[in-house]
Design a protein around this ligand. Sequence first.
Ligand SMILES: NC(=O)c1ccc[n+]([C@@H]2O[C@H](COP(=O)([O-])OP(=O)(O)OC[C@H]3O[C@@H](n4cnc5c(N)ncnc54)[C@H](O)[C@@H]3O)[C@@H](O)[C@H]2O)c1
Length: 269
Amino acid sequence: MDIGKNLEKMFSIEGKTVILTGAAGGIGAELAKGLARAGGEMILCDIAEDAVNKVADEIKAEGGKATGYRLDVTDFASFPEFVDKIDKVHGHLDVLINCAGINKRIGFLDYDEATYDRLMNINLKGAFFLTQEVVKKMIPHHYGNIINVSSHNAVGMLGGCSVYGATKSALTALTRSEAIEWAKFGIRANAIAPGHILTALTTVTWETPSRAQYLRERIAMQRPGTPDELVGVVVMLASEASSYMSGMMIHIDGGCLAGGTPWDYDTNY
Ligand SMILES: NC(=O)c1ccc[n+]([C@@H]2O[C@H](COP(=O)([O-])OP(=O)(O)OC[C@H]3O[C@@H](n4cnc5c(N)ncnc54)[C@H](O)[C@@H]3O)[C@@H](O)[C@H]2O)c1
């Protein structure tokens, strides 16, 4: 039995065009590399143009396929032309990963309208309208796969994450609508809910001793995850390994949702 060949058949995304937003970020860059290693032809989008081009260069240097693009996910009007251009170059768009996202950790009562709108626009509205454009190109091929990067905060709160959590809960709800409205077009949609992953977005939290302590107690594995620990699940979602899965959100959180570290209980171990 050729285990490698069997796994390759199940998990390969060779020849698939993968659009990934937020591709210059801590999580996005690792997903970009991991999906390229699984055979994906990566369309890497980020507002940080130099950084996203650097990720594309790193992938090309190791023999993968990637092109970097400057795309601001709040520039909704630019989406039709951008998506059309990518579709014409590749001939088919197969996977869209909505990963661009920001957070602002302030109290519910401290939010002003501009900050509220900024989070909503980047985390939710951008994903909504970009998905709309990409799916229009997927429908004629009767094939497509949407992966939304949600968060533990879609279901569990920390304080100071009200608007962020609302965007992620809403993104998870969109995932379910996408799954049921587009199954007839051969399109699946799923989400991942990373727990506490060490990136630029979260370094400030882990560098604050009181918050790091709070988090450790709430994560069974008592440590933050690393971006590369999300890759396997995303490859599974992007590939035929998950061909009967749609409308679901997978938590990747070191045992956070499960309950974190246990209280003291009787045990011989
Ligand atoms: N790090 C975590 O613990 C964690 C946990 C759960 C979910 N997430 C989600 O994962 C995703 C990636 O987070 P990360 O930790 O890698 O953060 P990050 O800050 O490292 O990366 C975010 C990326 O999004 C890009 N971006 C910001 N505004 C943009 C815009 N208007 N248009 C296009 N790109 C834009 C940034 O340039 C950056 O490259 C986010 O959606 C975040 O909410 C992160």
